[in-house]
Design a binder for this molecule. Structure first.
Ligand code: NDP
Length: 323
């Protein structure tokens, strides 16, 4: 068991955390990243990535994250595998405990623990994840141009994703478990007036049907159960987008940092500052709207620059007090 003190401690090694580390390390702050069981974050469960700027050809999500990690380490980031189970953010230095028994303290903390898409929990959904089953239309919709797809859910995300997918797909079937949508009225109107979208009301996805005899598995159909009469339908689709919500990884900060009703950390406008000076939040842990690798990287950069400024002011204060 060890105690590790860092000027900047970064929680999470997705696009936000690694970008924050690259900036903090290049500012000479020798950051430590504590990453959990899925180093690289949500990008490591994605396959083809075509929308991260800088790459003319399709790249793989896990490869991109490996590159970001190497870049962060090459400029001087320490990477530690641990799961933070306890935090005390009441006064600086902030104190944290990992399930390895290691303890940590830091002068500035960047929280980039991300969020997890909620899944239905079907075995077939898991089997085809990244091969036709996705939780992000903006990321993967393009791969379904000229094909038929389905979206599962009835909230704002599901409706926005269905609308977005009509730019690529020939037909979008929205499968919703109730007879009315949770999404805002304006979005509902757009959805219901879009000729490319069909809504299956009171229906649930029960099975993803696909082929696994190719090098890459692919989705060919879905089985849907109509809860109003028990009928089971089988519909041809090439892609299924699960849009039933996300859960931010913020449990360990409950009661210590300001969060919204869904548990997302609240940051100040045009900033990554939380309600505690010296603590910053970047990436999906504070963003339930854009949720893109490139926006996460952008806020990671902002967090490092803001933390650097905060630490510089602390140093100036300490020098002034010593005089
Ligand atoms: P929501 O929690 O709002 O909606 C989730 C949807 O998925 C609901 O329709 C729910 O059904 C359905 N669902 C949940 N679990 C299951 C399940 N096991 N099986 C089938 N269906 C299920 O999540 P969103 O991601 O849509 O939105 C999250 C937050 O982000 C909201 O506050 C939303 O307003 C906001 N947001 C805002 C946007 C904007 O302003 N443009 C864009 C996107 C999100 P049911 O309705 O029956 O509960």
């Amino acid at each position: 068991m060890a105690h590790i003190h860092s000027k900047i401690l970064i929680l999470g090694s997705g696009a936000a955390g690694l970008t924050a580390a690259i900036y903090a390390a290049r500012a000479g702050l020798v950051p430590t990243i504590v990453h959990g069981i899925q180093p690289g974050g949500q990008m490591t469960i994605t396959t083809d990535v075509e929308n991260y700027p800088g790459f003319a050809d399709i790249i793989q999500g896990p490869w991109l994250m490996e590159q970001m990690q190497s870049q962060a380490e090459n400029v001087g980031t320490n990477m530690i595998a641990d799961i933070i189970v306890k935090t005390d953010l009441s006064t600086p230095p902030f104190r944290l405990e990992g399930d390895t028994g290691n303890t940590y303290s830091c002068d500035a903390l960047i929280i980039s623990t991300g969020a997890q898409a909620k899944w239905l929990g079907l075995d077939s959904e898991k089997k085809f994840q990244g091969f036709g089953v996705s939780a992000c239309a903006t990321c993967d919709g393009f791969f379904f141009r000229g094909k038929e797809v389905a979206v599962i859910g009835g909230g704002n995300t599901a409706v926005e994703e269905a609308l977005y997918l009509t730019n690529h797909a020939t037909k979008v079937t929205l499968v919703h478990r109730r007879g009315e949508l949770r999404a805002e009225k304006i979005l509902q109107n757009r959805l219901l007036n879009n000729a490319k979208i069909e809504v299956l009301w009171n229906c649930i996805l029960t099975d993803v049907i696909g082929k696994t005899d190719h090098t890459n598995p692919e989705v060919v159909a879905m089985r849907v159960k109509d809860l109003s009469n028990g009928n089971v339908l089988e519909l041809s689709v090439a892609g299924i987008f699960i849009a039933i919500g996300h859960t931010p990884n913020t449990e360990v900060f409950t009661g210590q940092l300001e969060m919204d009703d869904d548990g997302y950390l609240i940051t100040k406008p045009d900033s990554t500052a939380t309600d505690i000076p010296g603590i910053y939040a970047a990436g999906d842990v504070q963003d339930h709207i854009f949720r893109q690798a490139v926006t996460a990287a952008g806020t990671g950069c902002m967090a490092a620059l803001e933390a650097e400024k905060y630490l510089a002011a602390l140093d100036t204060d300490k020098m002034a007090a010593a005089e």
